[in-house]
Design a protein. Structure first.
Length: 124
């Protein structure tokens, strides 16, 4: 699972509705893998407004990945920024581990790169 995907996942357990708690899911005991991918600057710039930057920073900090605190004014001309973003959201894969909700403590397991977002019946 790439971090671009993680940036769009939130807890959907019944009664877990505080937007400040159900997102972003916290990583726990994760195993990362770097998989090289071709950089597409146009795609990266187009994705920027759709990313939750503070949440992305929270997550990358948990994983020890460096990203600037804020998006530069002209990201399309900032090679260093685009490379850091590319590496963080498209080349970093979470292979195994868990994502934990800060609101209800539900743990979503990641197996072989696939997050399991299914809930038990009583959680729906
Ligand atoms: Zn939750």
């Amino acid at each position: 699972m790439r971090l671009i995907t993680h940036n769009m996942l939130k807890c959907h357990v019944k009664n877990c509705t505080d937007p400040n708690q159900q997102f972003p899911l916290r990583f726990k005991e994760v195993q990362l893998e770097q998989i090289e991918a071709e950089r597409n600057d146009e795609f990266l710039v187009r994705m920027l407004p759709r990313l939750d930057w503070p949440a992305l920073l929270t997550s990358t900090k948990e994983l020890g990945i460096a990203l600037p605190e804020s998006v530069p004014a002209s990201p399309e001309n900032d090679d260093e920024f685009l490379q850091a973003l590319h590496t963080a959201i498209l080349e970093t894969h979470v292979k195994e581990g868990n994502m934990v909700c800060n609101g209800c403590s539900h743990e979503y397991k990641i197996t072989n790169g696939i997050p399991n977002m299914l809930l038990a019946e009583h959680e729906i």
